[in-house]
Design a protein around this ligand. Structure first.
Ligand code: ADP
Ligand code: PLP
Length: 276
């Protein structure tokens, strides 16, 4: 069997749990060959309560990375933190020019633990330029309300309404992540293809260690799509993958705890919590 090749266009999380680090670890776990084009570098200041700093990368450096990777060829790609309108346009150009079959767009707008939207001016560009090209777009509740331009999402009904509005922008599928922020007993996500609402449910795990969960989830979807799975199948595997990763999340330091990318391979979809 030939190795499937996937690209992530995303930021670097120096602490290793989210961003490109999460993407490449997840690709490896799911047996695809990962390549990366770095958009920004995020650091955390230990002298200032782990406050995030974002260092952008020159657009010409991003373009050179993408050129390298497209010369190899890819089976699927994803985007994560992009950080500027110009970078969003470059990602869209990559999807159009490579005629790639599957692009998963994770519309990263905030980092967990940080309140402010990192790049407010980019929400509009995401809506207009990138989201329409997605096979699947994977907003969390906050990102979904920004993309749909609706009020804060608090209920399943709000989620459905936002999914319809986002679908109207042009992506094939919308996957809204309820996670722990919806007042439900389970961790519920909503998949919408323009016709049917499908809910994905998993046990809601009582843990603060979910740094990088969104990056990991969208990478798992990308890996499974590259292997030829349908969107419904890919999202199902990814939900098991992220649930296992969250149930084995661990404390890195007093500020952050990432999910465990190797949990699905090591423990399977079943969940045996490791003692911290
Ligand atoms: N405490 C939790 N227990 C189980 N699943 C969770 C929990 N928190 C988030 N999830 C799931 O993890 C995935 C990523 O969601 P989320 O953390 O909301 O994304 P993001 O990192 O983009 O904010 C989704 O499938 C969501 O339902
Ligand atoms: C580079 C980068 N991308 C994405 C994210 C978002 O991470 P999450 O998957 O927890 O939403 C972060 C958060 O720190 C980050 O540093």
């Amino acid at each position: 069997m030939t190795m499937k090749k996937v690209l992530t266009i995303a930021g670097s999380d120096s602490s290793g749990g989210a961003g490109i680090q999460a993407d490449l670890k997840t690709f490896q776990e799911l047996g695809v060959y990962g390549m990366s084009a770095l958009t920004t570098i995020v650091t955390m200041d230990p002298k200032d309560n782990w406050h995030h700093h974002v260092f952008p990368i020159e657009i010409s450096t991003l373009e050179a990375q993408i050129e390298t990777i497209l010369s190899v060829g890819i089976d699927a790609m994803k985007t994560g933190m992009l950080g500027s309108v110009e970078i969003i346009e470059t990602a869209a150009k990559t999807i159009n020019e490579s005629k790639i079959k599957h692009a998963v767009i994770d519309p990263v707008m905030v980092c967990k633990g940080e309140d402010e939207v990192l790049h407010p001016e980019t929400a509009d560009a995401l809506r207009k330029v990138l989201v329409p090209l997605a096979t699947v777009v994977t907003p969390n509740l906050f990102e979904a309300s920004q993309l749909a331009q609706t009020k804060p999402i608090k209920t399943i009904e709000d989620m459905k309404e936002a999914a319809e509005k986002i679908h109207a922008l042009g992506p094939k599928y919308v996957l809204i992540k309820g996670g722990s922020k919806l007042k439900t007993e389970k961790a519920v996500d909503l998949l919408y293809d323009g016709k049917e609402f499908k809910f994905l449910e998993a046990e809601l795990i009582d843990t603060p260690y979910i740094h990088g969960a969104g990056c990991t989830y969208s990478s798992a979807i990308t890996a499974e799509l590259a292997k030829g799975k349908s969107v419904e199948e890919a999202v199902d595997v990814a939900k098991d993958f992220i649930t296992a990763a969250i149930s084995h999340g661990f404390k890195l330091n007093q500020y952050v705890g990432p999910t465990m990318h190797g949990a699905y391979r090591t423990y399977g979809a079943g969940r045996t919590k490791i003692e911290q």
